[in-house]
Design a protein around this ligand. Structure first.
Ligand SMILES: Nc1ncnc2c1ncn2[C@@H]1O[C@H](COP(=O)(O)OP(=O)(O)OP(=O)(O)O)[C@@H](O)[C@H]1O
Ligand SMILES: O=C(O)C1=C[C@@H](O)[C@@H](O)[C@H](O)C1
Ligand SMILES: [Mg+2]
Length: 175
């Protein structure tokens, strides 16, 4: 694990582990601004599934890296950012994360199974979502672990519990 940085609080982790939900809730609790890079991409370029189907994954990754760089470059300390699950695949993004307080939301299949089978909007989980999620877990877990200043085990925990734990761990204060 990297030494804890002092930049924005940034959530990383696999699809459906709660990056958007926990990030938004933490920001609301602290009165800090919240940016979800997937939401920013959708606002600017349209639905993620459409980008994947019309332009392909690589085009999405290029747009994503650009948006993430814009958000993370000189980001204020009192800001919460939730990344898309695959954003860490970009080397430039990994470099920028060195200046952030990076939280890896860890989950197992039992925790996410209902979420990934109910919501079929994620293009990389089309087909067999369970098999795809497990494969990405194997491939990406080492990257998430390497980048993380804090690994938060989300199993059996409510969003409120996770927010409280982070506030305590990083000694975060309202602005
Ligand atoms: N700890 C939790 N307890 C209960 N429900 C949760 C928890 N964390 C997230 N959820 C719910 O699971 C679903 C997926 O969460 P969310 O969209 O935040 O995941 P994500 O990590 O942002 O996924 P993606 O990478 O696809 O953007 C949402 O409906 C969210 O409210
Ligand atoms: O894990 C991934 O590669 C992805 C996760 C989502 O957040 C979106 O960014 C997109 O669906 C790709
Ligand atoms: Mg999300």
């Amino acid at each position: 694990m990297a030494a804890p940085g002092a930049g924005p609080v940034v959530f990383i982790g696999l699809m459906a582990t709660g990056k958007s939900a926990v990030g938004a809730s933490l920001a609301a609790r602290l009165g800090w601004p919240f940016v979800d890079t997937d939401q920013l991409i959708v606002a600017r370029h349209g639905r993620i599934s459409t980008i994947f189907s019309q332009q392909g994954e690589q085009a999405f990754r290029t747009l994503e890296a650009r948006v993430v760089a814009e958000v993370l470059t000189d980001a204020p300390e009192h800001q919460v950012v939730s990344l898309g699950g695959g954003a860490v695949l970009d080397e430039g993004t990994r470099t920028l994360l060195a200046g952030a307080r990076v939280v890896f939301l860890d989950a197992d299949l039992a925790t996410v199974r209902r979420r990934i089978t109910r919501d079929r909007s994620r293009p990389l989980l089309a087909g067999d979502p369970v098999e795809a999620w497990l494969r990405m877990d194997r491939e990406r877990r080492p990257v998430y672990e390497l980048l993380a200043d804090c690994v938060l085990d989300t199993r059996g925990r409510t969003i409120d519990q996770l927010v409280a734990e982070l506030i305590q761990q990083f000694q975060l204060t309202q602005s």
